[in-house]
Design a binder for this molecule. Structure first.
Ligand SMILES: NC(=O)c1ccc[n+]([C@@H]2O[C@H](COP(=O)([O-])OP(=O)(O)OC[C@H]3O[C@@H](n4cnc5c(N)ncnc54)[C@H](O)[C@@H]3O)[C@@H](O)[C@H]2O)c1
Length: 369
């Protein structure tokens, strides 16, 4: 068994450490913050105890997982690791200096993975001595429950690094989907129209409950507004704005004023006890035209990502189903509608869109082939 390193023992890092430790890997972990190191074992024990109480884990498996965890004071103790995953603060300079410190300690063949959500992997790797062994392994929250890991190499990542990082993470029970080093990877990017087109409809006068009802009728577990209420409108706005900037403010990532107004009103969703629809239940009769419009833009975004390369339709479908609990992936939905119908929907949207938003509906080349 190889030894896995984890740096950062917050929300993501502790869960990532548990994922590999549960699979039988020795995990060496650290955090710059002393209390995070001191409480890590107890926090993991509590998470495992909850599973034992629920009858989902044996006491032996719990003990074995905890026995695999070694908390050390600094990355000086990481020499035996062949794969190190960082889940520290989302800052380029912090991630670059951490990787420099790790390069001084690790064997030259050891893999360095970042769990970044928004920093280009190429930028993190740029100052490294061996950038070929750097890539992103992007876990979802909570890492213990979410099956999906997006693997994003940068242009200089070696094939061996990709193969080994995939094998180790699959051995820890995850479904690994490769994607390009592009903003939002697959899920955080291809999810944007689910919210964005719903917000466009809201601004045009449809109600949030009507929009959600349309998506529930298509098999989605939550409608766009119920999902925003669950995540928090502020978190959703930050993700939307971040992606918009990273994509040069292209209208496909337009930040709709309705979302900004919602955040300004303080009705952030469950956490503030009131949101777009929370705590109401969705009751209106579903309008299939609403679902068709939102799904056309979901398909188009996925088709643009496909056009950019570095992933495939099946990978995007799997990532969207595992990362967002969608009933079907965008290319599976495309099979249902057919390219001509999706093109017609996009064309009709473009025809009535204000000038600034018209490029939002330009069809990706895949839809016109
Ligand atoms: N929270 C999410 O839903 C989520 C999902 C996917 C990816 N991510 C990414 O994962 C990373 C971590 O996010 P999080 O939500 O776990 O953050 P967090 O704030 O919960 O935890 C970060 C931990 O890293 C420690 N830390 C900060 N700088 C450090 C350094 N230089 N060396 C060692 N330890 C350091 C902090 O003390 C803290 O315990 C970020 O890059 C984030 O973008 C987060």
């Amino acid at each position: 068994m190889e030894t896995i390193g984890v740096v950062g023992l917050g929300t993501m890092g502790l869960g990532i450490a548990q994922v590999y430790a549960s699979a039988g890997f020795v995990v060496i972990a650290t955090d710059a913050h002393v209390p995070a190191r001191e409480t890590a074992r107890t926090r993991m024990a509590e998470a495992l105890d909850a599973r034992v109480s629920a009858g989902k884990l044996t006491k032996e498996a719990r003990d074995a997982t905890l026995a695999n965890l070694q908390i050390v004071e600094s990355v000086q103790g990481f020499a035996p690791c062949t794969l190190v995953i960082e889940a520290i603060v989302e800052r380029l300079d912090a991630k670059q200096s951490l990787f420099a410190a790790l390069e001084a300690v690790l064997a030259p063949t050891a893999i360095l993975a970042t769990n970044t959500s928004s920093i280009p992997v190429a930028q993190i790797a740029a100052p490294a001595s061996h950038p070929d062994r750097i890539l992103a392994l992007h876990f979802f929250n909570p890492p213990t429950a979410m099956k999906l890991v997006e693997l994003a190499p940068h242009a200089g990542t070696s094939a061996t690094t990709i193969t080994r990082a995939r094998a180790l993470t699959e051995a820890a029970g995850k479904t690994v989907i490769q994607c390009p080093d592009r903003p939002g990877f697959i899920v955080n990017r291809c999810a944007r129209p689910f919210y964005g087109e719903a917000l466009a409809l809201l601004q045009e006068g449809h109600s949030a409950t009507e929009i959600d009802a349309a998506m529930l009728a298509r098999g989605y577990r939550l409608g766009p507004f119920a999902l925003i209420d669950l995540i928090g409108a502020d978190i959703n706005l930050a993700a939307t704005e971040g992606l918009s900037v990273a994509m040069q403010n292209h209208p496909r990532y337009h930040v709709f004023p309705a979302l900004k107004a919602q955040v300004a009103s303080g009705k952030l969703g469950r956490k503030s006890a009131e949101g777009f629809i929370f705590p109401a239940k969705v009751t209106p009769a579903p309008n299939p035209a609403i679902a068709q419009r939102i799904e056309a833009t979901l398909i188009n975004e996925a088709a643009w990502l496909l056009h950019e390369g570095g992933t495939d339709a099946q990978g995007i479908d799997t990532a969207m189903k595992l990362g967002l609990n969608f009933p079907l992936g965008p290319f599976e939905i495309l099979t249902h509608y057919g390219k001509p119908a999706v093109r017609a929907t996009l064309q009709a949207l473009a025809a009535k869109a204000p000038d600034a938003l018209r490029p939002r509906y330009a069809p990706a080349p895949y839809l016109t082939e």
